[in-house]
Write a protein that binds this ligand. Structure first.
Ligand SMILES: [Zn+2]
Length: 467
């Protein structure tokens, strides 16, 4: 198997130095934070948008041909598009908790929906609020109420994205009313759930869906052919008609969310043009790859590869091919906010995307992810037992299950992770496994094995198929 001139030789060299200090491998942030020497005089506001269940390859700017993200594609050309951004999990609450804490699920303890971050965690909203920032969060499922730590204003309920954005714009109107209002920097988080499958409140997406359905005769065959190139197993669906039904529904949810983000963006940037934007997702969706349409069961490319677009002042426009992780967002926000190294938690796993220059300036990275536990609904009976983790470089990926055969992929020749090469003798497989096992063994014994999970969200979780 050929080895191109990629980051891996450097990674191997580094490994000798870092093998005894694995934490540093994931904690480059401490040094990157030090690269910033001065505070910005006026911290600029930050808006974080997470569009739930959004596979990167369904955005036009990531190569999707159906034109369902016109706004995000424009934003990607104005800002910085990260072509290879990886989530810390394939399940909603754990992945969001990792974004907010820059820590992995086994570290912060939120491993499934409905759990609450332990009080000792210090999410980014809490840190910014402590520095005098106004913080607000509006989410589109109720169980995300458990991630409200640090938000001065917070509202989470199961609803379509237009309602969530309406609430955010109501908040915005109040904070910007009056001559003295709205002077504080703010951190706003918006979560949209419209692309997520299930019985959600989604009638508003039906007109978009009808438009996509109407185009099937012209482009359906071409679309299926493209999807097969991207690893789709069409046998997952009863018929091509059913397959396209599923894709139309998913893409209509994405189109709807794109329009809601545009609405939010236009209002906020008109009044606060120095606002910085982060657009991403918590995880992708199977959509028929690896014989699976959902997300929580697996950690394949289609589950973990998410879009990531940064935009606003100081963001260098362009496309960045480096491997980045959603745990990198917290230190990025701290850099943007001018937070001094001494004021930062020492436990952040990510590395700021703001501290370096253009593409290629970043050192090689590893991205870690963790599957949610196997429990609950009957449909999970086909899940493998035990813990499942993944660790990847820009090219190689290991999936390690405590009760499953190992999987090892070389994305240079197998971009959709279909050809398992575990046990074929590539040294990177053993290297990734060593790193992974050392990393998960490093869990702080004071972290609760599982975070607290109040029962008040059980009805919603049951309706969504999680219980
Ligand atoms: Zn999710």
């Amino acid at each position: 198997m050929g080895k191109g001139p990629t980051i891996e030789p450097a990674l191997r060299a580094r490994s000798r130095v870092l093998a005894t200090c694995l934490g540093v491998l994931f904690l480059w942030t401490a040094t990157s934070g030090c690269q910033r020497s001065a505070r910005e005089p006026e911290p600029t506001p930050v808006v974080l948008v997470t569009i739930d269940t959004l596979r990167a390859d369904h955005l036009g700017s990531y190569g999707y041909p159906r034109g369902v993200t016109p706004f995000l594609d424009r934003l990607a050309t104005q800002g910085r598009r990260y072509a290879n951004a990886i989530a810390s999990g394939s399940h909603t609450a754990p992945s969001h908790a990792s974004i907010f804490t820059s820590r992995q699920p086994f570290q912060h303890g939120v491993v499934k929906n409905g759990q609450r971050l332990p009080a000792q965690e210090r999410p980014v909203a809490e840190l910014l609020a402590g520095l005098g920032w106004e913080t607000a969060g509006f989410a589109s499922v109720g169980f995300l109420n458990e991630l409200d730590q640090g938000f001065g204003t917070f509202d989470a309920a199961w609803r379509s994205g237009d309602k969530t954005v309406d609430l955010a714009l109501d908040w915005w109107a109040v904070r910007t009313a009056g001559p003295e209002a709205g002077q504080q920097p703010f951190f706003l988080w918006i979560h949209l759930y419209d692309p997520h499958s299930g019985k959600g409140p989604r009638p508003a997406i039906e007109p978009d869906r009808a438009a996509l359905e109407a185009r099937r005769a012209d482009e359906g065959e071409e679309l299926v052919s493209l999807l097969e190139q991207r690893g789709l197993d069409p046998a997952v669906f009863e018929s091509t008609e059913r397959l396209l039904d599923r894709y139309d529904l998913y893409d209509a949810g994405i189109r709807f969310a794109d329009r809601q983000v545009e609405r939010l963006y236009q209002t906020i940037t008109a009044a606060a043009p120095r606002t910085r934007w982060i657009i991403t997702s918590d995880h992708g969706e199977g959509m028929g790859n690896h014989g699976y349409v959902d997300h929580g069961k697996y950690l394949y490319r289609e589950q973990l590869h998410v879009p990531l677009i940064l935009a606003g002042p100081g963001v260098t426009p362009g496309s960045d091919p480096e491997l980045v992780r959603l745990v990198d967002l917290y230190p990025t926000i701290l850099d943007w906010a001018g937070v001094a190294p001494a004021e930062r938690p020492t436990s952040l796993e990510g590395r700021s995307l703001a501290a370096d220059g253009g593409p290629g300036a970043l050192p090689p990275r590893l991205a870690f992810a963790q599957r949610r536990p196997k429990d609950g609904a009957r449909h999970r009976q086909s899940w493998v037992d035990g813990e499942v983790y993944s660790l990847e470089t820009a090219r190689y990926k290991l999936i390690h299950g405590t009760h499953a055969s190992p999987e090892f992929y070389d994305r240079e020749v197998d971009p959709w992770e279909l050809d398992n090469r575990a046990g074929e003798g590539d040294a990177m497989e053993g290297q990734l496994r060593d790193w992974l096992l050392t990393y998960v063994a490093s869990a702080d014994p004071t972290t609760p094995e599982e975070a607290d999970a109040p029962t008040e969200h059980d009805d919603e979780l049951r309706a969504l198929g999680y219980l």
